[in-house]
Design a protein around this ligand. Structure first.
Ligand code: RP5
Length: 169
């Protein structure tokens, strides 16, 4: 059995991978080990169940499930494990990702999926949220989370005069 990283990212199709790049990059930025798989909840339900059971047995702590359209992937993952599941709704069709969002946020009580925003921004937040969950039991990671928060705070521009920068236009 191959030892597992902390986070397992699963998406429903290869076509989902570009939207997830920010998730992978952000996990790398935190130094969080991850693995990624393409397994469709609708097309390959048995493969998904055996992957989740194996990943949990290997020690994966958090699952990220990303999918578009009728996106049942993270919900099915949450039905298979008691580990935290983060859902990333993707824009894969006519409804612009609202279809996937509703599929993820409307989970029945007792089977939670922590849904983030639609698309690439949500994918990044899935990594940030995973980091914050893992940081509860990892002091070094907690420091990296605080450092990144401080970095983001440093770029705030408070009290800018609306006329500032006019000459540059
Ligand atoms: C979902 O259907 C996938 O997550 C993807 O977002 C969408 C379309 O999949 P493909 O037809 O491109 O494989 O299950």
């Amino acid at each position: 059995m191959t030892p597992a990283p902390s986070v397992a990212v699963i998406c429903g199709s290869r076509s989902d991978l570009p939207a997830l790049q920010g998730c992978f990059d952000t996990l790398d930025r935190y130094g969080i080990a991850w693995e990624a798989s393409v397994i469709s909840a609708h097309r390959q339900p048995e493969a998904l169940a055996s992957y989740v059971r194996d990943a949990e047995a290997r020690g994966v702590r958090i699952f990220v499930g990303a999918a578009g359209m009728a996106a049942h992937l993270p919900g099915v993952v949450a039905s298979l494990t008691a580990r935290p599941v983060i859902g990333v709704p993707l824009d894969a069709g006519a409804l612009g990702g609202a279809d996937a969002l509703y599929s993820m946020v409307q989970m029945p009580p007792g089977v939670p999926v922590a849904s983030v925003a639609i698309g690439a921004g949500g994918a990044k937040n899935a990594a940030h949220l995973a980091a914050r969950i893992l940081a509860l039991a990892d002091a070094e990671l907690a420091e990296r989370v605080q450092a990144l928060r401080a970095e983001q705070g440093a770029s705030a521009e408070v009290g800018i005069d609306p006329r500032a920068g006019r000459a540059e236009r």
